[in-house]
Ligand binder design. Structure first.
Ligand SMILES: Cc1cc2nc3c(=O)[nH]c(=O)nc-3n(C[C@H](O)[C@H](O)[C@H](O)COP(=O)(O)O)c2cc1C
Length: 245
């Protein structure tokens, strides 16, 4: 995953695609292959990826959609966010524009052993369609996201993770070699309250992906403990603890 670090500063949600640019069969094959190499957050959750033409979905943009299906088990949404974010970053590194697409659905959903979770719409883009620097991002200030002293490169990278309606629900508290990740359960957004835990859990999985890429890039080794039945304190739900070795 470490090779995805530079894409953190390049990626953005691409919502305009030039119809004259098309993905080749070879590129599609490479994307499919990449889905088989992703690093899971939780090893024993079965997932499946599928690439479909956009016309088979209600998505309004992109040439294709990459769908993730998953077993519905503890932390499966964190896992889905963590996995699909690796694809978002990988595709950006190849000038393939992506938009996470929570609102889109398959026109003809198929019943199967795994649940449909979410999709990325994607299509060939140009290098100039992506971000050039961290100041191109609209994000909450560092103080809102991270409390405690830590390597500023890691702190800055985690801040840039994408999230549904840019809600940025992850909150991080660090002390020495301990990093604790929480999800803010009191986010205010246009997203209906009943759907917030779903989207914000995926978002938090995305933030863990950013955190781990940045830690590895800076040479930190770490142990991660994912919390299965986290407690909520002052609206913050416990998600994961990291110990820097
Ligand atoms: C789980 C998730 C669902 C999203 N769903 C949509 C969507 O349905 N439509 C859309 O236009 N953007 C969607 N987005 C994109 C976010 O609006 C976007 O990531 C956020 O505003 C930050 O902007 P950036 O991705 O350009 O950095 C989604 C993002 C995430 C992570």
């Amino acid at each position: 995953m470490i090779e995805l670090y530079n894409s953190i500063f390049k990626r953005k949600s691409i919502r305009k695609f030039d119809d004259t640019l098309v993905l080749t069969e070879a590129e599609l094959a490479q994307i499919k292959q990449e889905t088989e190499k992703l690093t899971p957050l939780v090893n024993d959750i079965k997932v499946k990826f599928e690439i479909v033409e956009r016309a088979k979905t209600t998505a309004k943009r992109g040439e294709y959609c990459l769908i993730i299906y998953s077993e519905n088990k503890t932390n499966y949404l964190l896992n889905a966010g963590y996995l699909l974010e690796q694809m978002d970053l990988f595709l950006a590194s190849h000038d393939i524009g992506v938009c996470w697409y929570g609102l889109a659905k398959l026109k003809e959903p198929q019943a199967g052993e795994l649940d449909y979770v979410i999709m990325l719409a994607f299509g060939k883009s140009r290098p100039q369609d992506f971000r050039k620097c961290a100041s191109d991002f609209k994000r909450k200030s560092t103080e809102v996201i991270w409390s405690g002293e830590f390597d500023s490169d890691v702190v800055d990278a985690v801040r840039l993770a994408p999230s549904a309606c840019n809600t940025q629900p992850w909150r991080i508290v660090s002390e020495g070699t301990q990093i604790k990740v929480y999800r803010n359960t009191k986010i205010k957004s246009f997203i209906p309250a009943s759907k917030l835990p779903f989207y914000n859990s995926i978002d938090t999985g995305i933030s863990l992906c950013f955190l781990e890429i940045a830690l590895s890039h800076k040479g930190y080794e770490f142990d991660r403990e994912l919390i299965t039945e986290g407690k909520i304190n002052s609206g913050l739900l416990e998600i994961a603890n990291y110990n820097i070795k």
